[in-house]
Design a protein around this ligand. Structure first.
Ligand SMILES: [Zn+2]
Ligand SMILES: [Zn+2]
Length: 140
């Protein structure tokens, strides 16, 4: 799977690229910080340095295979690029990230951009707040 994707993106197949992609495709979660990815790869026994993981994430993003988000603070989050566009909701207390898609919002954004003479190419919409998960409330 990852081999095919790398080839399609015109990237050489390296163990590091493969392990990062495999990790992201196999995980239940979809959004990871670079630190999370590095820590989990090491826990899984991968012999890979932090600088390498950061560099690989960068390369995969440039090749259009990953999306990078800055939800909050300085931490970058990565997710595998999905075919369908989506936006995000982020809990400021527990860090939970939820994806959503709303056709009305999408449409309005296009119209607003047009009103200002901008043809929309892409956008990142992120809504911040506090989730109602009982575990999250305990953290406070
Ligand atoms: Zn929460
Ligand atoms: Zn997402």
């Amino acid at each position: 799977m990852s081999i095919k994707k790398l080839k399609k993106a015109g990237l050489k197949i390296t163990n590091q690229r493969m392990s990062v992609l495999d990790y992201l495709s196999d995980a239940d979660e979809r959004h990871f910080s670079a630190e999370d990815i590095f820590r989990d790869l090491r826990l899984n026994g991968a012999d890979v340095g932090q600088a390498t993981v950061y560099r690989v994430l960068n390369q995969l993003e440039k090749a259009g295979m990953l999306e990078r988000h800055h939800f909050e603070g300085s931490k970058a989050y990565y997710e595998l690029k999905s075919k369908e566009h989506h936006d995000h909701l982020v809990c400021l207390r527990c860090g939970k990230i939820v994806e959503f898609f709303d056709p009305l919002i999408e449409q309005r954004q296009k119209e607003i951009a047009e009103q200002y003479g901008i043809q929309l190419s892409h956008h990142h919409l992120c809504l911040f707040g506090y989730c109602s998960d009982p575990d999250c409330k305990l953290k406070n």
